[in-house]
Design a protein around this ligand. Structure first.
Ligand code: F3S
Length: 756
């Protein structure tokens, strides 16, 4: 296993090899220290430790310094990450890295035209990314190439590897046995700059799969069920490790679907043990050498006998029903047999307006061929879809292959519209016209996320998530109460028919068709490349470093907003039309916290300026405080900042003059992002103290001057009526992270260290 095998066929001759030797060497050291059987997750994570001899290893407690094998960024997050990398003044990225243009393409009338429009509209961003990647040595995937996670699976993921990606569904690569974590752009900048990546030593949740799937049950149903069991917070701080005999009945792409959606339960990542299905997929994607190497290294790509897990879940695949999750949250799981009843009971709109299949979660050849088998049967009975039906291929390779094999034609004949190989409606890039904003309606997708307004910016849209099989079958019924396992539909001839069990092919029998070449490798000679940033641009703006801490305890800070209930990164920094300003901090800050619900009046984007008494939008109020030199705080509820990894949700409050975000509990990535940008990320020691802070308080933070790992900071809430509450706050900063706070940001500290 210490042969030199390229990490990817696209990086031949670059000296980037699969480094199993390091894993083996590291594990020898770690085993001698821990002297206990290891889970697979531990083997991969500890196999990437920067200093295995001295690193403190304590699951759920210590912070690990890690050396990931690679980095990937999508175009929305890459802009800020690359702007940050540029400002650090380094000549080239330290590990193989790629940028993928997938988030900025709006679905309107279909693939080719939507793509052409996006290339036109986003030209300055694409030009910046193309030149910046070329200059600093990153691979660049052009618009139309596909969705980041699908391309990673097809070209870069490998068993036992570790990567970070600036997108929360990076764990998709766990389907190929990789520990792949979604991070903020600031973490990506660290790794690209050869600084170890810091991660709280993850706990490990074991999910034992027993039995065998059949019929309408798909890998998606495993994760929908797990999401229902563990809820959106259940995976926080943990890697979900799948194991057991049931793993054998899953395709590699099916395992990727499961890992992808592990993000929905807040897991650090999810991972599967090496098996032959991974080998088959590697061979089908021109990586037989990696498959052979992994086979020879299998002992370290499986858990040890007797390895201990922090918690355990068991799923019997033979009994698992297809599930539908939603609306508004991915952990509201309902088995199909109970779903019609729930639709009626909850008054969810029964008519199904749109069925959407594909995305990074479910657009494998297997998924598409199974959907086509359902469509073929409906077509044979003279039916077309009743609901609108869209298909999003995950990559150009998938698009070309399903087109060659007639799958696309079947789906189109049934009434489907094939969208560009991009995120599209999954991230709100959807020019939806069939339902007016505000009108209650239902859609169902094979995507992963269904928070309010995510797909179409209509808060009244009830979005459900299910397997592509159910999404396709329901498109023909046009109603949510249809259960294809038990109900029949009327064919054009008036005769009733029931769908057969879907069937598909795991891998294309004629191999994959790569389609158009959409990859730009970094050139050898990069000295003459100029990075394109127009100073007049309203979409890209070079970054100015944040000011360092002034050495004092913050006092008399207004509460900008006391956010109530769910406050995801979508609420803090909305997507959709705002995506266009991802590279321009000043402009995008106009969306700061506009989706958060103000506890004081129950409204979004309406807060009272405590000094003037005027009510106004959140960003304008923040700017007013900043311009008066008044640092402000945000009060938040549970799992604050869950959802996507966007660091704008941390950059914006910092840019607008915030000094602290104080919550009942944080989602992991957002917590780290706030720390990176030099904000104080604090938690109520007693979550009930959330109720003691009022929206019109001025607060002091006492103890920042003694900031140390494990220290307590006291929030003094000074109420309008003259009374006060003293509230203890905890934090999870270590020494190094306190250095970020003091320097003003992690990047400031990094730039200072690079200069030394
Ligand atoms: Fe894109 Fe949706 Fe996946 S936004 S990366 S298709 S989760």
């Amino acid at each position: 296993f210490d042969k030199k095998v390229d990490m990817s066929p696209l990086e031949k001759g670059k000296g980037y090899y699969v480094n199993y030797k390091r894993i083996d060497d590291n594990l020898k050291v770690v085993r001698s220290r821990l002297n206990q059987p290891l889970t697979l997750a531990e083997k991969i994570v500890y196999g990437h430790l920067d200093q295995p001899e001295t690193q403190e290893i304590s699951r759920g407690n210590s912070y690990l310094k890690l050396r990931p094998d690679r980095v990937a960024c999508q175009d929305a997050t890459a802009q800020m990450a690359l702007l940050q990398f540029m400002s650090a003044g380094l000549p080239t990225v330290a590990v193989p890295s790629t940028v993928h243009c997938d988030h900025l393409i709006e679905a309107q009338i279909g693939g080719a035209k939507d793509l052409a429009r996006a290339i036109d509209i986003n030209k300055e961003v694409y030009d910046f990314l193309a030149t910046c990647t070329a200059k600093y040595g990153l691979g660049f995937w052009k618009p139309g190439s596909g969705i980041i996670h699908q391309i990673i699976l097809e070209n870069y993921a490998f068993p036992g590897g570790m990567m970070i990606g600036t997108d929360s569904h990076t764990p998709n690569a766990g389907g190929l046995g990789m520990v792949a974590c979604g991070v903020g752009g600031a973490d990506a900048v660290d790794v690209m700059a050869n600084i170890p990546w810091e991660l709280k030593c993850p706990k490990v949740i074991g999910v034992e799969l027993k039995g065998k799937m059949s019929g309408w049950t798909t890998p998606k149903d495993i994760i929908l069920k797990v999401a229902g069991e563990l809820t959106v917070k259940g995976g926080t701080g943990a890697i979900i490790e799948y194991k057991g005999p049931g793993v054998e009945s899953l395709s590699c792409t099916g395992m990727a679907t499961i890992c992808n959606m592990g993000a929905e339960i807040g897991a650090t990542t999810s991972v599967f043990p090496y098996n032959e299905r991974m080998g088959d997929y590697l061979r089908a994607t021109k990586r037989a050498d990696i498959a052979d190497l992994a086979k020879g290294f299998q002992k370290n790509l499986l858990p040890d006998q007797g390895a201990e897990y922090d918690s355990h879940l068991e799923i019997n695949l033979s009994e698992l029903e297809p599930h539908i999750n939603g609306p508004f949250t991915p952990d509201l799981a309902t088995p199909i047999s109970k779903f019609a009843e729930e639709v009626k009971k909850n008054d969810w709109p029964e008519e199904l307006k749109v069925s959407l299949i594909g995305s990074c979660t479910n657009s494998s050849y297997e998924d598409m061929s199974r959907s086509a088998s359902i469509a073929e049967e409906a077509l044979a009975h003279g039916l077309k879809t009743k609901a609108k039906f869209t298909i999003t291929p995950g990559s150009e390779q998938i698009r070309a292959t399903i087109q060659r094999d007639g799958i696309m034609e079947t789906l189109e004949n049934a009434g489907g519209m094939v969208l560009a190989n991009a995120c599209g409606p999954c991230i709100g890039q959807w020019d939806r016209t069939d339902v007016p904003k505000g009108e209650k309606n239902s859609i169902i997708t094979s995507y992963n996320r269904n928070f309010t307004g995510r797909n179409d910016a209509n808060p009244a849209t009830h979005a459900f998530v299910a397997s592509p099989d159910l999404v396709t079958a329901m498109a023909f019924a046009g109603r949510l109460t249809f259960n294809p396992l038990t109900d029949s539909l009327k064919g054009a001839d008036g005769k009733e028919f029931k769908f057969s069990d879907p069937s598909g092919k795991e891998l294309p029998p004629r191999g994959y068709d790569a389609g158009e070449n959409t990859f730009q490798a970094p050139p050898e000679d990069r000295a003459s490349i100029e990075v394109a940033v127009d100073p007049k641009s309203d979409r890209l703006q070079k970054l100015e470093p944040f000011k360092p801490w002034d050495g004092k305890n913050p006092t008399d800070c207004p509460v900008l907003i006391k956010a109530k209930g769910k406050c995801t990164t979508d609420h803090i920094s909305a997507g959709g039309p705002w995506l266009k300003y991802r590279g321009h901090l000043q402009n995008i800050s106009n969306n700061c916290l506009i989706g958060a619900i103000n506890e004081v009046n129950g409204k979004a984007n309406e807060v009272q300026n405590v000094f003037s008494g005027e009510w106004g939008p959140v960003p304008a109020t923040a700017i007013s405080y900043r311009d008066q030199g008044k640092p402000w705080v945000v009060i938040g509820d549970e799992n604050y900042g869950e959802g996507s990894s966007r660091e704008h949700a941390a950059l914006e409050p910092r840019y607008l003059g915030g000094c602290a975000v104080i919550v009942r509990s944080f989602a992991r990535i957002h917590n780290t992002n706030l720390k990176k940008q030099g904000l104080l990320a604090l938690e109520f020691q007693n979550p009930a103290d959330y109720d003691k802070v009022r929206g019109d308080d001025l607060v002091d933070l006492v103890g920042v001057t003694e900031f140390a790992p494990g220290s307590i900071i006291t929030l003094v809430a000074k109420h309008k009526d003259g009374s006060k509450d003293e509230i203890p706050l905890t934090h999870s900063y270590n020494e190094n992270q306190i250095g970020w706070f003091k320097a003003g940001s992690a990047l400031n500290l990094m730039a200072a260290e690079a200069k030394k």
